[in-house]
Design a protein around this ligand. Structure first.
Ligand SMILES: *Cc1c(COP(=O)(O)O)cnc(C)c1O
Length: 240
């Protein structure tokens, strides 16, 4: 079981190198975030022992439990799932990245709680690039208002944008959605300064990481290809 995880990690890294080679990018530009949702802490431990340090979860309760069970300073924890404002307080003591911030209310709460805890939190603003109603993220036309708000915060660093493509076989559609996220990032990157730096684009999962890297991803969020299939494949864009 655990050997599978190290083999899978090696395979993913070769794959990233291959994709980067094909589009003239350097693999060093790509941060691999291992999405360990619904997987036991033993699997995270196995990946950690194989050098993987970035881990992501999509539910606050599961993430806080795992952060407690694995108090290891080598790990950088990412929250990647739908964010309920009233649960942010459980995250700020330990989480390093909150990738799924869709609205000003959430930014305000992270600022308040992180300031009280004396921490800085790296944030990505989640944009709804698929246009599907059930996917979370702010509509592209509301992004500027979030950026303006974040520009005045002290404990929140907006390091980039996060997006999820439509679950579809239509690879050209996926490509257009990722390109949209990159265009939004490029558009705003030079208009803002610390603490809004926008150097990151988190896009791409097991199925579409190749397209995402070709379209400029600097973070890919990979679960299945590292840890194997999950018991019940629910639509990752919709959390309950
Ligand atoms: C589950 C999940 C992933 C990883 O999906 P895989 O298809 O297993 O690679 C990435 N991002 C988010 C937000 C997720 O919920």
């Amino acid at each position: 079981m655990n050997t599978d995880i190290s083999v899978n990690l090696d395979n993913i890294k070769s794959r990233i190198a291959e994709i980067c080679h094909g589009c003239n990018r350097s693999p060093e530009e790509i941060m691999l975030v291992a999405i360990s949702k619904m997987k036991p802490v033993e699997d995270i431990q196995a990946a950690l022992e194989h050098g993987q340090t970035e881990f992501g979860e999509n539910k606050v309760q599961e993430l806080t439990q795992k952060m407690e069970q694995l108090p290891d300073d080598r790990i950088s924890w990412h929250m990647v799932g739908q964010l309920q404002t009233n649960k942010i307080k459980y995250l700020v003591d330990r989480v390093n990245w909150i990738q799924s911030v869709p609205k000003i209310k959430a930014l305000k709460e992270i600022e308040k709680r992180a300031t009280a805890a004396g921490r800085n939190i790296n944030v990505l603003l989640q944009v709804n690039i698929s246009g599907e109603e059930q996917k979370s993220g702010c509509p592209p036309e509301q992004l500027q208002a979030l950026l303006d708000y974040a520009a005045n915060l002290k404990s929140v660093r907006v390091r980039g944008l996060m997006g999820m493509a439509t679950l579809t076989e239509d690879r050209e559609r996926i490509r257009r959605e990722f390109a949209l996220l990159r265009e939004l990032r490029d558009k705003y990157k030079n208009e803002y300064d610390e603490p809004v730096t926008l150097e990151h684009l988190s896009m791409g999962m097991t199925q579409d990481m190749d397209i995402a890297i070709e379209e400029g991803a600097t973070m890919i969020r990979v679960g299945t290809a590292i840890f194997g299939a999950r018991p019940c494949q629910v639509n990752p864009g919709v959390s309950t």
